[in-house]
Design a protein around this ligand. Structure first.
Ligand code: TMP
Ligand code: ASP
Length: 251
């Protein structure tokens, strides 16, 4: 694995050159960061869980026609993906007030929103990923109006599908963050879903107890992070593929 050429290293993942042109290998690390890396830890098994959960979610989305970069999982920590030109935006969709929205507007966490709200953040750690408007996005050429419309429409579809998928296993999809990239075909670029969808990038609450089953357990020092990610995988019916992770020691 480490013989491959490293293309990019982020906080939770590494991208390596893929076996064929137009492909990359996405490696999921156990590293966890929060609040722009002010808080850091290694959570043994997180990468394995997120690799498998993201595979499951991306495969399901592909099945309903939401194109994404996922091609196939290669092993416990790696997946083969299509190479795309990343759009430097974090697209957040919220169904229930939580996190930065609760803080920004002084609202209680847990309040249902009258409709799903989509926000764009400019992906730049040095700036702390600031909230931006569509005016900023087009003025600074991060994406054009057609691409913004495509991202909005796809994000709503993803939200509808994932809300139902998680709802069916007793999990409330409170909010999530996704990222998009351009898939070039000649002179034409199509915007497709990229990155990952996992408990690192979603807020997932037990539908009965509202217990948090996502990265907020790490952000808020609640403990039981791996146990919660494992519970999400178990409810999605995919724990049988990685029985040794819960016991630790898988690398
Ligand atoms: P927020 O409430 O902190 O803005 O987060 C909204 C959603 O986006 C939540 O599901 C967590 C996710 N998220 C990320 O995936 N990466 C990030 O860097 C941040 C700040 C949030
Ligand atoms: N992704 C982190 C979070 O969810 C932010 C960071 O990396 O600092 O809080």
């Amino acid at each position: 694995m480490n013989r491959r050429k490293k293309i990019y290293e982020g906080k939770a993942k590494i991208l390596y050159e893929g076996p064929e042109p137009g492909t990359l290998i996405q490696y999921f690390k156990d590293d966890a960061t929060a609040f722009n890396s002010q808080k850091k830890a290694v959570l043994e098994g997180k990468g394995v869980l997120n690799n498998r959960i993201s595979e499951f979610v991306m495969t399901r989305l592909n099945g309903i026609g939401v194109q994404n970069h996922f091609i196939k999982r290669m092993n416990l920590r790696e997946q083969l993906i299509r190479e795309v030109e990343m759009i430097p935006l974090e697209v957040v969709c919220r169904n229930i007030v939580a996190g930065s929205m609760a803080e920004r507007f002084g609202l209680p966490e847990g309040q249902a929103l009258p409709r799903s709200i989509i926000e764009f953040y400019f992906k730049d750690d040095k700036l702390g990923d600031p909230l931006v408007t569509e005016e900023h996005i087009t003025a600074f050429n991060w994406a054009n109006t057609q691409e913004i419309d495509d991202m909005l429409a796809t994000t709503l579809r993803v939200n509808d599908y994932l809300s139902g998928m998680f709802g069916a296993v007793g999990i409330t999809l409170v909010d999530f963050k996704i990222e998009y990239g351009r898939l070039w075909e000649g002179d034409f670029a199509r915007v497709i879903l990229a990155d990952e969808i996992s408990p690192d990038s979603c807020r997932l609450w037990d539908a009965t107890t509202n217990e948090k089953l996502d990265k907020d357990r790490f952000r808020r020092d609640m403990g039981g992070v791996i146990e919660s990610y494992t519970e999400v995988a178990r409810r999605l019916g995919i724990m049988k593929d990685m029985p040794r992770v819960i016991e630790g020691g898988v690398s």
